[in-house]
Design a protein around this ligand. Structure first.
Ligand code: NAD
Ligand code: ZN
Length: 356
């Protein structure tokens, strides 16, 4: 299965399917003589050999491995990878292969975006979350002062998503990734959402179902980023659940909750705020039940409402003093809304109290 994505600077295909890594060489848009694979320590053990095997045999291939985890989205690892690229004689006609989850996609993509003013790269995602991060062209590393502060819009030449790699994904990473799948459901389409809400992700997800959800999620993201590549307007809808999610993530400390688990709670809050603001009813209960059945953390250590609100204000996506959130008028109809501090305090107090 493939989807074509059009950006302001190029067009690229997103290939999704079981075992498609075997066709890797065919999916590359042109011939490359020098290829550098960038991966993390865990994915390296599992999949580098396969990827190497299916790259064109005529190419010179090198591999650079960074430690697994968010900490590798650092200026130090970025600098190290640039040094590796120079040592491996990569030039403007070379290719970088980002093999891994969102951390590797963001990091290797930023290396590709800046090495010699930009060389080609392809994404070979290996996490569910990466159905989101590998599409849309955002690449970045972190600064100690904040996540993704150093980055660019730099689309890949192709995304090659072999969903067989997801079989080795730990449950906690499945949960993290499925939060973004369900986000794509909430902001696009009730039938898609309901199908995800009927899926048990704690055991092996039938491959057909998993592929279907990932393809649909990618289609939602692709549609939005094609219309608004640089986040002037509707791309903001992809931040559904992220305003509070990011605040929880940074308040608890990265590594203490996954991105998706924090966003899952953020979406619950956004649904509650939507219901209160528009006096409508959304599938809060069904969603809460699905989260609980799939072992998402739903109670949090005590958090200060004021600290969370300060963090929500700092979120680079809110433009003025008041917090802006993505809400739903109904499933599939996201809107952005500015919430007064007073309302937000009351809503958040009540929400956190209820979660316990
Ligand atoms: P990740 O890349 O750290 O992967 C999670 C963990 O799973 C890591 O320990 C990794 O080694 C391991 N892993 C990866 N693939 C595996 C496999 N097939 N089998 C077993 N283990 C595997 O994290 P992630 O959740 O994929 O991505 C999170 C990152 O993505 C964050 O840095 C976030 O900022 C970024 N992100 C970017 C965008 C974007 O648009 N660019 C969007 C969303 C998130
Ligand atoms: Zn996210």
């Amino acid at each position: 299965h493939k989807q074509l994505i059009t950006t302001s600077t190029n067009q690229y295909n997103v290939f999704v399917g079981n075992g498609i890594i075997e066709n890797l060489a065919d999916y590359l848009p042109k011939e490359y003589q020098n290829i550098m694979i960038i991966t993390d320590s865990i994915v390296h053990e599992l999949y580098t050999e396969d990827v190497r095997k299916y790259l064109p045999q005529s190419a010179q291939v090198s591999v650079s491995v960074v430690p697994a985890g968010e900490n590798s989205k650092s200026i130090e690892q970025y600098y190290h990878l640039l040094t590796e690229a120079i040592k491996n004689n990569l030039d403007r006609k070379s290719l970088i292969v980002a093999l891994g989850g969102g951390v590797i996609g963001d990091l290797a993509g930023f290396v590709a975006a800046t090495y010699m003013r930009g060389i080609d790269f392809v994404q070979v995602p290996t996490t569910i979350l990466a159905h989101d991060s590998s599409v849309g062209g955002k690449v970045a590393i972190n600064h100690p002062e904040g996540k993704n502060l150093i980055g660019n819009f730099y689309p890949p030449q192709a995304v090659i998503f072999d969903t067989d790699t997801l079989k080795t994904l730990p449950n906690i990473e499945k949960r993290s990734g499925y939060a973004e799948v369900i986000k794509h459901g909430f902001i696009s389409n009730e039938a898609f959402l309901e199908d995800v809400l009927e899926t048990d992700i704690t055991t092996d997800i039938p491959p057909m179902k998993l592929n279907d959800h990932l393809q649909k999620g990618i289609a939602v993201k692709a549609d939005i980023v094609e219309k608004d590549e640089k986040e002037a307007n509707i791309r903001k809808f992809l931040n559904f659940g992220h305003t509070l999610g990011h605040a929880i993530e940074s308040e608890l400390g990265y590594g203490n909750i996954t991105h998706g688990e924090a966003v899952a709670i953020g979406m619950l809050f956004a649904i509650e705020v939507s219901e209160a603001t528009y006096r409508i009813s959304l599938p809060y209960q069904a969603y809460y039940h699905w989260l609980s059945a799939n072992q998402y953390p739903l109670s949090l250590p005590p958090l200060s409402v004021q600290n969370l609100i300060n963090r929500m204000k700092k979120d680079k996506k809110s433009e003025n003093a008041m917090v802006q959130m993505v809400l739903l008028k109904e499933v599939g109809s996201p809107v952005t809304e500015t919430i007064s501090d007073q309302d937000l305090t009351n809503l958040l107090d009540n929400f956190l109290g209820k979660l316990g």
